[in-house]
Design a protein around this ligand. Structure first.
Ligand code: NAD
Ligand code: ZN
Length: 341
């Protein structure tokens, strides 16, 4: 079958031919319809330090997808051939304490589809049936293909009560922008998002941000005054992984504020801990999506009128994958979808 793989320890990906994956007795075979390009795939494309340490070569990558069930192992129940599915890309062990308690997103032995094992940029993908998530008929293939990053946004945004709160989101990448729409949808008052990329800030405005602030040109504290926010933000969602953005968030939080961290900063990032202590901030780290609460919430949010369609800015046939990666690398994109059919 056709697959988009890292064939050499070097930048780029190659369209290649690989054997069909084997279907174990608890597995689903999924025929891939659409995939989306994640920031992680860009790290892998660039072959940065993290990818060099993490990605086995040769291996095909990718973990954002939608497809249809094309086969299943003998033990699998509850799925039908032809059914549309996406899937949780974190494969959990099932035997650690958190897994056994139903807190699968906290599994200490998680492996990643398209990171530690073969991925979804291929004609077929095999995952444990446990990880597959059925897609209702009223949710499009385009939306289902981005459930993985949408789930990051939902998991982070719904970590704290946002009703009537003023929310700061740092980082207008695809996940930060989706978080804007979610926060507005569930009843936040002001949702302010920061970035240094005007294209993405414009998109965030389209998705409902009260103010989209380019922190390279504009003073966030002046924006807060303009919005009559004399005390600070109630909830912060860090979605840039940029240390400066995180520090700015801590400075502009109100006392008793709550902060959820999704962005992945360099491991030696320093902050002013006095901001955390004397303000009594609550800080929560976010990894992946809750299995499977986040997935049910994603469906429910869309079915209750949340519109995240504008985040999908580019579509390409998979044979034109180089154009897709170029769009992502340019920074002038939201989500980029590759069509496998
Ligand atoms: P992205 O890289 O597309 O977006 C990050 C944005 O931050 C960019 O638009 C960048 O311009 C912006 N930025 C840079 N400097 C800034 C500053 N000083 N202030 C404000 N914004 C600034 O990433 P994404 O795909 O949207 O993901 C968001 C973050 O979440 C990334 O750090 C990613 O690695 C991380 N992530 C974490 C998980 C998890 O499970 N914890 C999952 C997916 C992604
Ligand atoms: Zn586990």
């Amino acid at each position: 079958m056709k697959a988009l793989a890292k064939l050499q320890a070097a930048p780029g990906l190659t369209m290649t031919d690989v054997p069909m994956p084997e279907v174990g007795h608890n597995d689903l075979l999924i025929k891939i319809t659409k995939t989306a390009i994640c920031g992680t795939d860009i790290h892998i494309w660039n072959w940065d330090e993290w990818s060099q340490k993490t990605i086995p070569v040769p291996m095909h990558v990718g973990h954002e997808y939608v497809g249809v069930v094309a086969g299943m192992g003998s033990e699998v129940q509850g799925f039908k051939i032809g059914q549309r599915v996406s899937g949780e890309g974190h494969i959990t062990c099932g035997y650690c304490r958190n897994c056994r308690a139903g807190r699968r997103h906290l599994c200490r032995n998680t492996t990643g589809v398209g990171v530690n094992r073969e991925g979804a940029f291929a004609e077929y993908l095999v995952i444990p049936a446990f990880n597959a998530f059925p897609i209702p008929d009223d949710i499009s293939d385009d939306l289902a293909s981005i459930f993985d990053p949408f789930g990051n946004a939902v998991h982070t945004a719904l970590s704290f009560n946002l009703v009537g709160e003023d929310v700061l989101i740092t980082g207008a990448g695809p996940i930060g922008i989706m978080a804007v729409a979610i926060a507005k949808h569930v009843g936040a008052r002001h949702v302010v998002i920061t970035d240094v990329n005007d294209y993405r800030l414009e998109l965030a405005k389209k998705m409902g941000a009260t103010r989209a602030v380019n922190v390279a040109k504009e003073d966030l504290k002046a924006v807060m005054q303009e919005l009559h926010m004399s005390e600070g933000f109630d909830v912060g969602l860090e979605m840039s992984g940029n240390p400066q953005a995180f520090r700015q968030m801590l400075e502009t939080m109100n006392h008793g504020g709550k902060v959820a961290l999704l962005g992945i900063p360099p491991s030696n990032t320093a902050i002013d801990w006095n901001q955390v202590i004397f303000k009594g901030l609550e800080i929560k780290g976010i990894y992946g999506r809750e299995m499977f609460e986040t997935w049910y919430k994603m469906v429910a949010l869309i079915q209750s009128g949340l519109d995240i369609r504008p985040i999908i800015t580019h579509h390409f046939k998979v044979d034109d994958f180089e154009q897709g990666f170029a769009a992502m690398l340019s920074g002038q994109s939201g989500k980029v979808i590759l069509d496998w059919q």
